[in-house]
Design a protein around this ligand. Structure first.
Ligand SMILES: [Zn+2]
Length: 121
């Protein structure tokens, strides 16, 4: 189950990200956000966390500007999550190699020689 930051934790993180002048800053690049949108990001993507029994703390989250850091990080996180999903599925046997491999590929068992002939690998 995905753990979300409680209101209290979010408030703690926002306070941590507020500079001396009272402006909220991005904790990744330091940009002063002011009224620009920001989000509290899971530093380690929730989908990649093994032990979800531990409650979240303020250290598990970072205040990121939506446009400067959070959106690009999310794109990269999703790529990592999908790769982990594929590796798990291959490992557990949920993905089975196709019965008809691409002709000419290594899995087909045939080798196309430079002289135009075909031979068994
Ligand atoms: Zn940023």
């Amino acid at each position: 189950m995905r753990r979300e930051f409680s209101r209290k934790l979010r408030a703690e993180i926002v306070l941590r990200a507020t500079n001396r002048d009272g402006f909220v800053c991005c904790e990744e690049c330091g940009l002063v956000l002011g009224k620009k949108p920001y989000e509290v990001d899971h530093t380690t993507p929730e989908a990649l966390v093994m032990d979800k029994t531990k409650p979240l703390t303020a250290d598990d989250g970072k205040l990121l500007g939506k446009d400067c850091c959070h959106t690009p990080k999310t794109v990269d996180d999703i790529r990592r999550i999908r790769k982990a999903d594929r590796q798990r599925d291959r490992h557990t046997g949920a993905i089975v190699k196709t019965a008809r491999p691409l002709p000419g590929s290594k899995a087909s068992g045939w080798r196309h020689r430079m002289n135009g002939t075909w031979e068994r690998r």
